[in-house]
Design a protein around this ligand. Structure first.
Ligand code: G3I
Length: 361
């Protein structure tokens, strides 16, 4: 079924495509209107300490955002040292900068399956493991008490395909739900006013994963975990059918919790799969516009108390992890709302239309 959004988006997207795809037709000459002035909720983007040395990046961030998520400096890969030592110097650089600019900070992330195993290794005795787990969460959340608007307390607990939960060093010692409940209880104790999130990806792209995640949130809350909010990373696969994104947002909203669109990007490059990509630039742009528009419309329609914020993972295209050689190395992709000059990419207009209620008109 073609949704109203995808049909209506086509003329808009094709217009955008005309604007960008035809030789000699330049993108908008002017810088985009500040996203924080357009988006009806706090708008955030990631920053890392290297980017803060770039004056153009800092200028763009101060123009567009209300909130910052440190891209990696608050993760164990940077904070946790051998022998359970900690080094928060890089995290302090980003958090202090945000405070100096009067920007909110969203902490990412205290406990993640993909980090910490080299120190919290499997032959550690359970007592030491548990003591150091508690100490790390208390120390990290406690260090920034009162300065974090919210925390991704646990990141990506659900199995890749959505069938069950991840097996990891945390779950093997503390239990598949046990480590999550414990982390949330410790974070609440360390920073009582921070909004505590469970954060996950592919919740829209893979409906089974979205369903498993929401059931997990309900189960954990039933176990007493002080989960305040749902973080949906929204690294969108723009080739998914219309309706999946709005369907997940609707289901997530039914839990009544604040929702953070926590890591939005929407690459044009097909991620693997081996199939030749025969899409034209215009078709890729139409898909970006349709899917981002669907997300924005569904999210902005939520009650204000459930719109914690919309964060893009990077601010301008070149700020994206997706373009970096050490990650996806999609050097010519345009996965974000702004181009290298801070001008509006086609999907920016879909966000504006959703925010002003023009979408679908
Ligand atoms: O900047 C340092 C450099 O100075 C140093 O020499 C080098 C040594 O390895 O590290 C560089 O930092 C890298 C950092 O990105 C900044 O580019 C880290 O190695 C690298 O591990 C880190 O990768 C981050 C990745 O998560 C792992 O933490 C990416 O930036 C970040 O975009 C990515 O973000 C994740 C979210 O946390 C969870 N959801 C998926 C998302 C994308 O993978």
């Amino acid at each position: 079924m073609i949704s109203r959004r995808s049909v209506l988006a086509t003329p808009l997207a094709l217009a955008a495509c005309d604007r960008f795809a035809q030789a000699g037709t330049a993108p908008p000459a002017t810088e985009a209107t500040p996203l924080k002035d357009v988006i009806p909720c706090p708008f955030g983007a990631t920053a890392n300490s290297a980017q803060l040395e770039d004056a153009a990046f800092v200028t763009a961030m101060l123009r567009h955002v209300d909130q910052v998520t440190p891209e990696w400096e608050l993760k164990m890969e940077r904070t946790l040292q051998a022998g359970f030592g900690t080094d928060f110097s890089a995290a302090d650089r980003v958090v202090d900068w945000a405070r100096d600019q009067d920007l909110a900070v969203h902490g990412h992330t205290l406990i993640w399956y993909s980090q910490g195993a080299e120190v919290f290794h499997d032959d550690l005795d359970r007592r030491t493991f548990t003591r150091e787990f508690d100490r790390y969460v208390r120390e990290t959340a406690g260090r920034y008490c009162g300065r974090m608007r919210g925390w991704d307390v646990v990141n990506e607990p659900v199995a890749e395909d959505g069938e069950g939960l991840r097996d990891c060093h945390w779950s093997r010692v503390l239990g598949v739900e046990g480590y999550i409940v414990r982390a949330f209880e410790l974070a609440r104790e360390a920073d009582p006013d921070a909004v505590l999130f469970l954060n996950e990806y592919n919740l829209e792209n893979i409906p089974a994963k979205g369903a498993t995640f929401l059931k997990l949130v309900e189960k954990l809350k039933g176990m007493g975990a002080p989960i305040d909010g749902i973080g949906t990373q929204s690294h969108l696969n723009i080739e998914i059918p219309a309706g999946r994104i709005s369907g997940f947002i609707r289901d997530a909203a039914s839990l009544g919790l604040p929702i953070h669109v926590s890591e939005l990007d929407f690459p044009r490059t097909r991620d693997g799969g081996g199939m030749p990509d025969l899409r034209t630039p215009a078709q890729k742009t139409a898909q970006q516009v349709a899917r981002v528009g669907e997300l924005a419309e569904a999210y902005f329609a939520l009650p204000e108390r459930q719109r914690y914020g919309l964060t893009t993972w990077g601010l301008r295209d070149p700020d994206s992890w997706l373009l970096r050689p050490e990650h996806k190395n999609w050097a010519d992709d345009h996965p974000l709302l702004l181009d290298v000059e801070g001008r509006a990419n086609p999907a920016y207009q879909a966000v504006v239309d959703a925010a002003t209620g023009r979408a679908g008109s």
